[in-house]
Ligand binder design. Structure first.
Ligand code: BTN
Length: 245
C-alpha cells in the first residue's frame, strides 16, 4: 500500500477521483494512493462535507481489490483501517486515542480523523474498495462552532508532523491489517477494534428514536451493527439509528 503514490495539488475529492479511475481506465495497481493538498469538495459519511485547511492535513484515498470479502463482512475492512490508523497515530500521540463507532478517530472528546469507504460492486461481490481517509494533522485552529468537536495532531503535540512520513506509517499499518483480513483473521481485528472502541463496556446515555436511553456497547458485528445492552435486552443498531450524547 502506497508504493504507487499520486499527489495532486487540488481535486474535488480523492474518493471521487479514484472512483472515476476504477470505472474508466486500465485498472490501477492495488494499493495505489491518491493524496491531495487541497480537496475542495471532500465528502464525509452520510452526505456531510469534509472541509479542512489546505496543505496542513492528510486527505487521501487508497484503492484495494478485496474480492475475497463477502459483502456481509465488509465492515471488517473498516475495522482493519481504523485499527491501523490508531496504531500509526499512537506512536505520535500516546494514550488517549479511540475509535468512535463506526470509524471516527477521536482524541478525548475531539474528532481528529474520519474514514469513508466506498465500494464498487460487480454482481454481489466487491470489485474495488476506495478507502478515503482524512486526518487533521497540522491544522492549528478550527473555525468557530467546530473547535469544540474537531482537533488535530498538532493540538496534541504542539509541533508539526511531516505529512508524507505519517502517510507512509498509516499505509504500512493498513497493509499489515489488510493482509490479516485476506488471511481470514477477522477475530484478531475485531478484538483490536473493540479494545480501541470509545465507550466499550461502559454504561452511557444515547439518543434513540428521540428518546434518551442508557446502554453499554458490547460488540460490533461484521456488518457494522452496534450491539448494546439496554434495559430492554441486547439491541442491535445500524449507523444513524443511535446517537452518542
Ligand atoms: C467522516 O468522518 O465523515 C469521513 C471523512 C472522510 C474524509 C476523507 S478525506 C479523503 C477522502 N476523500 C473524500 O472526499 N472523503 C475522504
Amino acid at each position: 500500500v502506497g508504493q504507487n503514490l499520486i499527489k495532486l495539488s487540488a481535486v474535488d475529492s480523492t474518493n471521487n477521483f479514484l472512483k472515476s479511475m476504477v470505472s474508466n481506465s486500465e485498472p490501477l495497481p492495488e494499493g495505489t494512493v491518491i493524496m491531495a493538498e487541497n480537496q475542495y469538495a471532500g465528502r464525509g459519511q452520510v452526505e456531510s462535507n469534509w472541509h479542512v485547511e489546505p496543505g496542513k492535513n492528510l486527505t487521501f484515498s487508497i484503492l484495494l481489490y478485496p474480492e475475497f470479502l463477502a459483502p456481509a463482512a465488509q465492515f471488517t475492512l473498516n475495522m482493519a483501517v481504523s485499527v491501523a490508523i490508531q496504531h500509526a497515530l499512537k506512536t505520535l500521540t500516546g494514550e488517549g486515542l479511540t475509535i468512535k463507532w463506526p470509524n471516527d478517530i477521536y482524541f478525548g472528546t475531539k474528532k481528529i480523523g474520519g474514514i469513508l469507504i466506498e465500494n464498487v460492486l460487480s454482481g454481489n461481490r466487491i470489485k474495488a474498495s476506495i478507502i478515503g481517509i482524512g486526518i487533521n494533522v497540522n491544522q492549528e485552529v478550527f473555525e468557530a462552532g467546530l473547535e469544540d468537536r474537531a482537533g488535530s495532531v498538532y493540538q496534541i503535540l504542539h509541533q508539526h508532523v511531516n505529512l508524507i512520513s505519517l502517510l507512509a506509517q498509516i499505509c504500512s499499518h493498513i497493509e499489515v491489517r489488510y493482509l490479516k483480513l485476506r488471511a481470514g483473521n477477522y477475530k484478531i481485528l475485531r478484538e483490536e477494534y473493540l479494545n480501541f472502541l470509545y465507550r466499550f463496556n461502559i454504561k452511557a446515555p444515547y439518543r434513540q428514536n428521540g428518546q434518551i436511553i442508557e446502554g453499554k456497547i458490547v460488540d460490533v458485528s461484521d456488518t457494522g451493527f452496534l450491539s448494546m445492552e439496554t434495559g430492554s435486552g441486547i439491541m442491535s443498531y445500524n449507523f444513524k439509528e443511535i446517537e452518542f450524547i
